[in-house]
Design a protein around this ligand. Structure first.
Ligand code: NAD
Length: 350
């Protein structure tokens, strides 16, 4: 049963150094400590930042549960308003404030990078608490999670291709990747090495020269969703799959790392009605969190953590097989798997 207040703990504090609103949302620790990224971005109001933290921490609970991690969902937000200039000093002060807050939670929340933060920022948090991951390698972290996230998406994509096309191989397949950033470029490289026809797109036109130099085709962002494709990879922003965009899709398989791809849950039904197989974003994008938590929280070697990331393929196969048997969408099936794990953990405690 869905609870009216689903979150275990939410802390909202004005940073003593920065004066900025800081939010840490711990959605669930039923499977273990709450893990999730630290988002630093502008909001119209700090309450919008709070809403973001609540939504994203809940999504992290599902991501960790389906990935088989013994971690729960959390998220932190440093909410900038529209006018304040983010100087280097203000950034440092806000991160120090957040580091202090994370330390006070004594391991209940484990941070990593998210939109607006990166490995250098995690190094600032680590001055206050060991519970901040992905600091640069020379400081003992694993650095950016973009590479393992791309590895996980490729594993999910191959499992999806096996289901849809009867072969996991992407040789000769046309794959459109919308968002040629840290994760999108890793996915493109993996697919090109396998002989796929790689088409990329980005709102940042400076990425076009890089893409062409690597031998990829370029499509303008407003054409990316409707470009002819066997596989579409949303690797930029959320909300790209809606009642209005689904009718324009050409690819029978959609799988990518972008968080919150659906504008509403019902879009999963619209995709299924069109015969499009959509691998839930939080399943496909789990490679980064699986790798980072395995290495930094659980002491796995690089090889063992990488192997664990590859198990995303088995998870996707399981979800798609189960969905075919029951007639439920892959989205609903993944949710049920997560809810089962959470209910089992709850009943052990009760
Ligand atoms: N990095 C990770 O480990 C990770 C993990 C899980 C999920 N994700 C999600 O995957 C997505 C990509 O992450 P990333 O780390 O590569 O980010 P990134 O910022 O490195 O790359 C995103 C790229 O998308 C482009 N972009 C923005 N809006 C666009 C649009 N409308 N159309 C086309 N391109 C657009 C940007 O210019 C940028 O080049 C994000 O949604 C992120 O939240 C990332």
């Amino acid at each position: 049963m869905r609870r009216a207040f689903a979150h275990e703990e939410v802390v909202v504090r004005r940073g003593s150094r920065s004066g900025l609103p800081l939010i840490v949302a711990v959605h669930s620790r039923e499977l273990g400590p709450a893990a999730g990224g630290c988002r630093l971005r502008r909001y119209d109001t700090w309450q919008d930042g709070l809403a973001d933290a609540l939504r994203l921490s809940e999504a992290m609970t599902y991501k960790a549960a389906v990935a088989g991690l013994d971690f729960g969902g959390g998220k932190s937000v440093i909410a900038l308003d529209r006018d304040t200039e983010l100087t280097a000093d203000l950034r440092e002060a806000a991160l120090a404030d957040l580091g202090e807050l994370i330390a006070s939670l004594q391991g209940a929340y484990r941070a990593g990078p998210d939109i607006g933060t990166g490995p250098e920022d995690m190094a600032v948090l680590r001055r206050f608490s060991p519970h901040a991951y992905c600091a640069p390698e020379e400081l003992g972290g694993v650095g950016s999670s973009g590479g393992p996230t791309a590895t996980g998406v490729l594993a999910a994509l191959r499992a999806g291709a096996q289901h849809v096309f009867g072969s996991a191989s992407c040789t000769g397949r046309t794959v459109v990747i919308s968002g040629f950033g840290s994760v999108g470029s890793g996915i493109a490289a993996g697919l090109a090495a396998e002989g796929a026809h790689v088409v990329v797109s980005d709102v940042d036109q400076s990425r076009k020269d890089v893409a062409l130099a690597r031998g990829y085709e370029w499509v303008e962002p407003d054409q990316a969703l409707s470009a002819p494709a066997d596989i579409l990879v949303p690797a930029a922003i959320g909300g790209v799959l809606s009642e209005s965009t689904v009718p324009r899709l050409t690819a029978p398989l959609v799988v990518g790392p972008a968080n919150n791809q659906l504008t509403e849950d019902s879009v999963a039904d619209a995709l299924a009605e069109r015969g499009i197989v959509w691998i839930p974003d939080y399943v496909a994008s789990a490679g980064g969190v699986v790798y980072v938590l395995s290495r930094e929280a659980e002491g796995y070697s690089h090889e063992a953590a990488d192997k664990r990331v590859q198990t995303i393929a088995e998870t996707v196969t399981h979800i798609l097989d189960l969905a075919s048997t029951t007639g439920a969408t892959p989205f609903r099936t993944a949710q049920q798997i997560a809810e089962h794990r959470l209910a089992a953990a709850r009943s052990r405690v009760a």
